[in-house]
Design a protein around this ligand. Structure first.
Ligand SMILES: [Zn+2]
Length: 577
């Protein structure tokens, strides 16, 4: 449905049809384009990493230590153990000295938006703007530096940080950029700030009514002032030209360079269309997919019909790509009170939020995907959103005997306590984002109050009942840095160490559990735990070297970890300069 698509459209501009073409863009160039130090993959040979401070997990989640890792010329692990063990298995291997550095399995982000991340890297970033004047200056500098961009697009503003007591205006942007349209997403993606040129091109005027579920900010005379909220964003976004094939490639290159630098060797892309699938296959064919992608088809409409013609794609090109799941939305987000709650919002008793679809319509979408053999991954934030989806799973999973498809609820953010055990009994995976808890803490408690908050971001409760949590970040809504996620999971504090003692610390994970959720259990949520997620013979050599021992440093240091090297399938795809 278009309005829901628009709701989350900031996550990436839709792409124009991608023409398949050989590209000369190298990974090195991609890294440079993103201002990052990527390196070309090494030629493959049998390789042994020696003198590592290695950690991995067994299938039951037990931590294991090793010093040496051997993998063959195909990039598959042959032996893990001591230097003596590995040398005996691959006598002709090249040896690399890890110099005692900590080595972990490659990390996996189970929920992110790859093209959205890449688009941000090529747009204006306003995350650090401390005043409206500063934000406008940043936009003006960007516009001057990019004279050929038809639209100036950016993200990250937050008027709360500017102490204005109001939204910024089109007039403030016009003073610096008036010859080209400017479109800037608010930090949470639920509002856009545009200039007059953009309003004109979109035909938004005093006569334009507020669309259902949206709001056009106006002056006393009813004239739009330059900020459009929720469903009203679509009025302007629909006139932004589709990303060209070259822009799409550049978005993907940017994103891949960032992901490799973060130590992410696999990500689950939460909602793609035909053009993105084309590009992923093309990158896989050319050995350019330096992070594995497990993609979800966005919704069950025309893109699904096209992409699902041959059924789920479980593995493509040495497991670098898979397309075996479908992403749906049951409700919105807590910040804008779009999440559907069973009882009214604590800080706005006139609303309970809204389910995007009535139960029968939601059930039909899930039925269509499940019947075709796809894993179904539904965004649900509020307790009513979660209940709607659990009720639907309770009907559909037995009907298709589909517990083996490992269906998921994305976010599972506010769940009423009596519904939490249903995840376990139905075999539904909670796919959760630790940094959402630490970013949302104050806002979330205002929205749902002190009682309902007990079932919010309730990782410990899920783990104790035996649920496997697939961890992620929802990048670019949050930073893709998985060490910030591990830190939040263990401390329930944000990266600034707030609040002291942690926010509802009783729901924290241990570091070993958090590592499992960012590796093996994220792999499990993609049916890939037999090929990635831990370091053991027969799996792909996906691993990272980092600058500190997470199990020895104080927990407040976990989030500051730097990745030194990232290896995917036995190839080094990132090296810190
Ligand atoms: Zn998302």
């Amino acid at each position: 449905m278009e309005s829901i698509d628009a709701h989350y459209r900031f996550l990436a501009r839709p792409l124009a049809g991608v023409v398949r073409q050989a590209s000369t863009t190298t990974l090195l160039a991609a890294g440079l384009a993103a201002g990052l130090a990527a390196v070309a993959p090494l030629a493959q040979a049998d390789t042994i990493i020696d003198r590592a401070n290695g950690y991995t997990l067994t299938a039951d989640g037990t931590l294991q230590r090793f010093t040496s890792l051997a993998f063959d010329d195909l990039g598959k692990i042959v032996a893990v153990g001591s230097e003596k063990d590995t040398a005996a298995r691959l006598p002709k291997a090249e040896h690399i000295d890890a110099q005692g550095k900590t080595l972990l399995p490659g990390l996996i982000d189970a929920h992110g938006h790859v093209f959205g991340l890449g688009e941000i890297a090529s747009g204006v970033e306003l995350f650090n703007a401390t005043s409206v004047g500063g934000a406008v200056r940043t936009v003006a500098e960007f516009a001057r530096a990019h004279p050929r961009k038809a639209w100036v697009i950016g993200r990250g503003w937050n008027q709360e940080n500017w102490k204005l007591g109001r939204f910024p205006t089109a007039a403030e942007l016009d003073a610096q950029v008036n010859d080209r349209p400017v479109l800037l997403h608010r930090v949470d993606g639920h509002a856009i700030w545009v200039n007059t040129k953009a309003l004109e091109m979109a035909g938004v005027s005093r006569d334009t009514p507020d669309p259902k579920g949206g709001k056009i900010e106006r002056d006393a005379a009813g004239r739009p002032t330059g900020v459009l909220v929720d469903a009203a964003m679509e009025l302007v976004e629909k006139v932004v030209p589709l990303a060209t094939p070259a822009e799409a490639r550049s978005m993907l290159d940017n994103a891949l360079a960032i992901l490799a630098k973060m130590g992410l060797t696999s990500v689950h892309d939460a909602g793609i269309k035909v053009a993105q699938d084309d590009l992923y296959r093309d990158y896989a064919d050319h050995g350019k997919l330096t992070t594995r992608v497990y993609a979800m088809i966005g919704d069950t409409g025309a893109d699904f019909d096209e992409l699902a013609k041959d059924g789920p794609l479980h593995s493509y090109g040495n497991d670098v790509y898979a397309l075996a799941s479908v992403k749906l939305y049951s409700d919105g987000a807590l910040g804008s009170r779009g999440a559907a709650l069973l009882a009214p919002y604590s800080d706005m008793p006139s609303t309970k939020g809204l389910l995007f679809y009535p139960p029968a319509e939601m059930l039909a979408k899930m039925n269509k995907a499940m019947k075709a053999g796809y894993q179904v991954n539904v965004h649900a934030i509020g307790d009513a959103g979660n209940r709607q989806i659990l009720d639907a799973y309770a009907q559909l999973i037995p009907k298709y005997n589909a517990v083996g498809l490992r269906h998921r609820i994305e976010h599972a953010q506010v769940v009423t306590p009596e519904d939490i055990p249903r995840f376990k009994t139905l075999g539904v995976i909670p796919s959760m984002q630790p940094t959402h808890a630490t970013s949302d803490q104050n806002m979330a408690e205002q929205r749902v109050g002190s009682e309902r908050i007990k079932g919010a971001y309730a990782w410990r409760t899920f783990l104790d009942q035996g649920s496997r949590i697939a961890c992620g970040s929802d990048f670019p809504v949050e930073s893709p840095n998985p060490f910030e996620g591990l830190h939040a999971a263990v401390t329930r504090q944000n990266n600034a160490g707030q609040p002291a003692g942690g926010w509802y610390k009783n729901q924290a994970m241990t570091l070993t559990e958090a590592l499992r959720c960012f590796t093996l259990d994220a792999a499990y949520a993609a049916h890939q735990e037999n090929v990635i997620g831990s370091l053991e013979p027969g799996k792909w050599a996906d691993f990272i070297l980092i600058d500190r021992d997470l199990f020895k440093v104080p927990s407040e240091q976990i989030g500051k970890t730097q990745v030194l090297q990232t290896w995917m399938g036995g190839k080094r795809v990132y090296k810190r300069q």
